[in-house]
Design a protein around this ligand. Sequence first.
Ligand code: PEP
Ligand code: MN
Length: 337
Amino acid sequence: MIIVMKPDATESEIQNIIKIIEENGLKPHISRGKERVIIGAIGDEAVIRNIPFDSYPGVENAVPILKPYKIVSREFKKDSTAIKVDDHEIGSDRIAIIAGPCAIENREITLETALKVKEGGANFFRGGAYKPRTSPYSFQGLGEEGLKILYEAKQKTGLPIVTELMDPRDAELVCEYADIIQIGARNMQNFRLLLEVGKIDKPVILKRGLSSTINELLMSAEYIASQGNTKIILCERGIRTFETATRNTLDLSAVPLLKKLTHLPVIVDPSHGTGHWDLVIPMSVAAIACGADGLMIEVHPHPEKALSDGSQSLKPEKFSILMEKVKAVAEVVGRII
Ligand code: PEP
Ligand code: MN
């Protein structure tokens, strides 16, 4: 249920509604806009369905939300959410470009890549210090040492850092270094982890699970939002289908659909979405054309030697070409980079 207060509703009228919600065992989510206050009643709506909220003083109207996700829904918040990170914003007119290697392998390659992607025009530097690998014998990431290298890359380039958090036990440590926390596809339904990042005051990139529906992705975002953190960026990174010619099937229709269903920013990762470096530029261009708020691109100076995801990584020169093409399309769709 969403309770929309009148523009001139007093604080005690607002508090009265909050009290009723709490007395019925639901959680109030208060959104204080420029003009009015909107209160979401989060929980089992059946309990309050018969309360005539619109006859209470200060209330303009009360609308039931039929969707299973509430705080992240467009019904709850009509205006698109823009998330500020340092001097950048994700979800506004500006397209956000996140680039970097799949994994932090060592200091030299990381710093070289960071400087090159910065030169190419990236706004954020990415790299995994904790890697969710399919095989336990594959390179698992450098852990804390990797986080320290990321921090050095930030100091050298000024680019904010995006890195993955896999385990709630590492949350404090990862948060010391990360500007944006990434929740990987394999952890999209790790609900304990989602609840944990929901309590952290940092933006989160939530990647769509390998076999997850749009509805499931939004429910996972709702898990995070339910704990107070609404700085969530959704990421389409391809889903598993019968097709094996590509690593995943990049579901670009998810972009305009998500933009309709949620106010949260939506970015696209064509690197994991296709698995092939030569498909990354065309799919990046397509992603911006269909309304994505940003891109996540894997870049490695020597993809043939990369410890993970070399086949889908762009060389820095190719990344610069990607930026030029994406800029041209951004202009056509009224966005800026
Ligand atoms: C990654 O970004 O390197 C990654 C592991 O992505 P995903 O979780 O989408 O597979
Ligand atoms: Mn990767």
